[in-house]
Each structure stands twice: as structure tokens, then as C-alpha cells.
Write a protein that binds this ligand. Structure first.
Ligand SMILES: Cc1ncc(COP(=O)(O)O)c(C=O)c1O
Length: 400
């Protein structure tokens, strides 16, 4: 009794929630702080191009990505926004960066010098933001070397440093010292650099957690990711609140009644206590539904929470629908999202899997189709195909 279906599972991105989240953040910031919306890793699983396009329509003028190919994917559809590549770009790509008006983070003297040399040879100039490692222990020049590095790079034709940035290792309001130390190191370097620098220097350090609590660290720009997708910013004590943008769904493939003491799935790790009805769903760990949710997760069917029973297998999940009523093959099952008054968000799955919502979101298989959806204009926008929506590139001039 299986149902025919085009996909195992699919993702619905609610563009009205995304726009509301952007408005909520924007209204908490002072007008001079730019928002660099972090859309790396396929916009945290939401679909890069669609998210970027919707965010640009909602007023976002800067995007942050990890890799050059992501920057080019945005540039292909939005000619006029600024794009910051937060990973170390290959210096050989300097002319492409200049031609496509893409801003790399400069990771140190050697990286900047190599980019400048390639740019000079091509007769172009790359604008970059110097990345300072103030205590994250990842990419960037160590804070003690930041001023000397700036001085050296500012003498390199082919490269113009227009920004200075860093990244927090931990922002913990009850133990603020670690983040405060990073800010002190950042500002000490920034003050010395600004004294030498001609023209504006865009300073940015805060991502979602810092933005949620620390207005004083907004500086010239902030780099939010997860809060704009609706996670980590629901607490009313924070500067602004956001809601989840993405829902992830699949279908009931088969429903069957089983007796008491019936073993379910690999190794029979679950045995029914009483006669019940179970539903087998069209997604599994290959689609990104963690195996750690075996016997522990819940999905929503017909507005009710249904417990995952037995092990999650590669392509299927079994849930107990004994309490739900008339579940039928073809019914929609919500893996992440809301149905009626019930909801299961990525935070709940992350807690069970002992991970973070980021990993749950980016773990949804990239081939699961993403579709636009808007709560307030559902009939018009529901299930629109991305291909129909991507605008033709235009000749609109870019912001400088
Ligand atoms: C350098 C950098 N900036 C900003 C962000 C956005 O962080 P968040 O999603 O916590 O706002 C990230 C995410 O990992 C990052 O690596």
C-alpha cells in the first residue's frame, strides 16, 4: 500500500518568517550597523540562492559565505549586493574576486601579499577585510601581529583593506570575560590601525549570540546566521526575537496494525506494549534524520506528536500512530516544523542528538527540494519551483 511520491522528503522555507526575522534584527540595530547575513552551507540548509534573493528583497546588502563558489552563486543572481568570503580564498582567484566585486577575508600577511601580487599582475585591485584571531584559535592573524600585518599589507598595490574583523569563540552572558577579552584585543588593534588608515574601515566581530545580548559590540556591522534562520533568539530577554524559517516534511508510506510485544526495526530495539498502529515514513538517516533519534524523536502527523519507534533506518522511520486516528498512506509527516498547535523544531532534535541546531539544519540532504512558502499568502506562494523564481541577471549597478 505504498504511495507514489516525487521525493523522500522536502523542505519548505517560509519567506514571510525570514523577512520578519530580518526586520526584527534590523529594528534592534542602530542604522549605521550593516547586517552581513551568513548564508554559507546552502544558507544553513535553507537553499543559498533563494534565501539570498529573499533576504536581498528584505533589505540585506551584505552576505557572508565560506567559499568562493558560494559567493559566485549569489553574484549570478544578485548583481548589486556585497559578498564577503569568510574562508581563505585561493590567491590565484584574485582577478575573479575583483571582477565580481567579491570581498575576501585576508588571513594574514602571506595570504594578503599573494592576493595583492596576482591582482597587480592582472591590473586590478581586490578589497579585503583583515581577519584577526583574537582568541577563537581558527583563521586569521594573531591579534598581537594585526597592526604590523596591516602596515605591511597597506603598502601592497593590488590590495585595499577596507574592513577589520574577528570571531568570538564563546559568548556567555553569565561568564562574559572570555568575549570581553576578545573585544579588548580587537579594539586595541582597531584603534592603532584606524590611526594609520585612510577612509572608512568596516569593523565587525559579532555573530548571533553576541548580537542577541551586546549592542555595544555591533560596531559597523554584525554577522548573523542562525538567529535569522530562527534559532537561539526566542528568549524575550534578548534584544530581538526570531522564529524558525524552515520546515522539513515527508510522507507516510504505509500504515499497519500490529499486536502487543511486536518488535520494530533492526534488532527489535522497540517492542509494542499493547496492540497499536504504526506508520512507516519516507525519510531516514540518509536524508539527514539522525539515527540518534531512534526510539526518542517525535514527528507530527495530523496535528499530533508521534513517537519514533525502533531504529531509524537509512531510508525509513517508523512511528507509533496508535493514538492519532485515521492516519493513511500519503499523509504528510512533519520532521521539523509545526502542525496545528504542535511543533518539533531543530532545537528539540539537536538536544536528543547531543548536537546543535546548526548541524541538524545543514544535515538535511541537499537534494531534498526546497520550496518557497509564506504563511500569510500561502495560496499564492506555496510550492513554487525555484527555477521559476530565479530572476534573470540584470545590469543594476553594485553598491560600493
Ligand atoms: C566567521 C563567522 N561569522 C559569523 C558566523 C555566523 O554565526 P551564527 O550562525 O552563530 O550567527 C559564522 C558561523 O559559523 C562564522 O563562522
Amino acid at each position: 500500500m505504498s504511495v507514489s511520491q516525487p521525493y523522500n522528503s522536502w523542505v519548505e522555507v517560509d519567506v514571510s518568517v525570514l523577512a520578519a526575522n530580518i526586520r526584527a534584527l534590523r529594528s534592534a540595530l542602530s542604522p549605521q550597523s550593516q547586517v552581513i547575513f551568513v548564508v554559507k552551507s546552502n544558507a544553513y540548509g535553507h537553499n543559498l540562492q533563494a534565501t539570498a534573493r529573499e533576504a536581498a528583497a528584505a533589505g540585506i546588502r551584505w552576505f557572508g559565505v565560506a567559499h568562493l563558489h558560494e559567493a559566485l552563486a549569489i553574484r549570478a543572481i544578485i548583481p548589486h549586493v556585497n559578498i564577503l568570503v569568510m574562508g581563505a580564498v585561493d590567491p590565484q582567484q584574485a582577478s575573479l574576486l575583483a571582477r565580481e566585486n567579491i570581498t575576501p577575508m585576508i588571513m594574514g600577511a602571506e595570504h594578503g601579499e599573494a592576493i595583492a601580487a596576482v591582482a597587480r599582475q592582472a591590473g586590478v585591485k581586490v578589497e579585503g577585510h583583515l581577519k584577526v584571531d583574537t582568541g577563537m584559535g581558527r583563521l586569521g592573524v594573531l591579534w598581537q601581529d594585526a597592526v604590523a600585518t596591516y602596515r605591511f599589507l597597506s603598502q601592497q598595490d593590488g590590495l585595499s583593506l577596507t574592513g577589520l574583523c574577528s570571531h568570538f569563540a564563546a559568548v556567555e552572558p553569565r561568564q562574559p570575560e572570555r568575549a570581553e577579552t576578545q573585544v579588548e584585543r580587537f579594539l586595541e588593534a582597531a584603534d592603532a590601525i584606524e590611526a594609520m588608515h585612510e577612509g572608512p574601515l568596516m569593523k565587525h566581530i559579532s555573530s548571533s549570540r553576541a548580537i542577541s545580548y551586546h549592542k555595544e559590540w555591533d560596531f559597523d556591522a554584525v554577522r548573523p546566521g542562525i538567529c535569522l534562520y530562527g534559532y537561539g533568539a526566542s528568549d524575550p530577554a534578548m534584544r530581538f526575537q526570531t522564529r524558525p524559517v524552515l520546515q522539513w516534511k515527508c510522507r507516510v508510506m504505509q500504515v499497519k496494525d500490529v499486536p502487543a510485544d511486536f518488535p520494530v526495526g533492526y534488532y527489535g530495539t522497540y517492542k509494542t506494549e499493547a496492540p497499536t498502529r504504526m506508520a512507516i515514513l519516507s525519510a531516514g538517516y540518509a536524508d539527514g534524520y539522525h539515527r540518534a533519534l531512534s526510539n526518542r524523536g517525535h514527528v507530527l502527523i495530523r496535528g499530533r506528536r508521534c513517537r519514533v519507534i525502533g531504529r531509524v533506518s537509512m531510508n525509513w522511520i517508523t512511528v507509533d500512530v496508535g493514538q492519532v486516528g485515521d492516519v493513511a498512506a500519503g499523509d504528510e509527516a512533519v520532521l521539523i516544523g509545526q502542525q496545528g498547535s504542535e511543533s518539533v523544531w531543530a532545537g528539540e532534535l539537536a538536544r536528543i542528538c547531543r548536537t546543535i541546531p546548526y548541524e541538524i539544519l545543514v544535515g538535511i540532504h541537499s537534494q531534498a527540494p526546497r520550496s518557497l512558502h509564506a504563511h500569510n499568502v500561502e495560496s499564492e506562494l506555496d510550492y513554487i519551483n525555484w527555477g521559476q523564481l530565479l530572476p534573470e541577471p540584470t545590469d543594476t549597478p553594485r553598491a560600493t
